[in-house]
Design a protein around this ligand. Sequence first.
Ligand SMILES: Nc1ncnc2c1ncn2[C@@H]1O[C@H](COP(=O)(O)OP(=O)(O)O)[C@@H](O)[C@H]1O
Ligand SMILES: [Mg+2]
Length: 315
Amino acid sequence: MSLKVNALSISAGNVKLVVEGELFCKKGERVAVVGESGSGKSLTGLSILKLLPENLKVEGKVEVDGTDVLKLKGEELRRFRWEKVSMVFQDPSSSLNPLMRVGEQVAEALLFHGFKETEKELKEKVVELFKLVQIPEAEKRFDAYPHHLSGGLKQRVAIAMALACSPNYLIADEPTTALDVTVQKRILELLLELSKSRKMGTVLITHDMGVVEEFAEKIFVMYAGYTVEEGETEEIFKTPLHPYTEGLIKSSPKLTGKPKRKLPAIPGSVPEPSERPEGCPFHPRCRKAKEVCRREVPPTVEVEGRKVRCFFPNY
Ligand SMILES: Nc1ncnc2c1ncn2[C@@H]1O[C@H](COP(=O)(O)OP(=O)(O)O)[C@@H](O)[C@H]1O
Ligand SMILES: [Mg+2]
C-alpha cells in the first residue's frame, strides 16, 4: 500500500509549473515535501486528490494503493477523496463554512460519505473525532461557529473533518504556517501522533526545513518545479547531497531552538515558471555551478541509494 507520484508534469498553456515531480509514501509513513514558495509543492499535493484547477494540464502518474488517480471521475473520485486520501490546508478557514456550526460540518461530511446510524450516534461520532484531535470541551464545541474558535482550534476541526472517513493518507499543505509558533508545534505533534496511531501515510508540505526533522522519515526537496533530492530525513540532514538542500538546512531556524536568529539564507529567489533559466534551474543561485549546469538540466542520479538531481552533488 503506497502513494506514488512519478514524472508529474503540470502546465498552464505552454508554461510548465511542475516539470518533474516525484513522491512516494507508504501507508503509515511520514514524508515531507520541502522547498521555497513557488517550487510546485501545493500543485503536487493537489494532484494527488485530482483537485487541480481545470485549466491546468497534468501528465505523469499518480497512483494511490493501486488506483490510477488521474483517471478517476464522478462518484468514484468523490469517494476516493476523504475515504482514501484527504487534505488539510494552510488556512483552516478555507476548509470550513463560516455560516455553519463546526460540529454540523463534520457531521455533514460523515453523512455525505454514507454514515447511516442515528442522529445521536452521528453526534457522538463527531465528538469522538473532536476528542481525537484533542479539542478541549469537545461536546461544547459542537455548536460553535468557526469564528468562535482560535486558529489552532479551527485547524483541529479541519483535521477532524479530514479524518472523518479514516483515509489511508493525509496531505497537509503548510498546516501550521498561519499559526503561532507554540500552536504550530502542537498541531505537528498531533499530526505525528495521528499518523502513527491510525497508520496513516502523511505527506507534510512545508517551506520550513526546521519542522521536518522531527516529523518526517523521508524528505522530497522541490525546487522550481523539479524534485531535486529525496532520501531519509536523517541522511539528508547529515549530508545533504544537493546544494539547494544544504542551503535550506543552513537557513532554517529550528522549532525547538532558541529565539529565531537571522541565518544565512540562499541568495536570490525561486524563478517564475515562465522565467526558469536554461540548464539546472538552481544554477543562478548555486555556489557550485559550472558551465554544464548553465547548459543542461541535470538528470536524477543515485548516490548510495539516495536520489539527487545535480551534476556535482556533495558527497
Ligand atoms: N492555476 C495556476 N495557473 C498558473 N500558475 C499557477 C497556478 N497555480 C500555481 N501557479 C504557479 O505555479 C508555481 C508553483 O505553485 P505552487 O505549487 O503553489 O508552489 P508552492 O506550493 O511550492 O509555493 C508558482 O509559480 C505559481 O505561481
Ligand atoms: Mg504552497
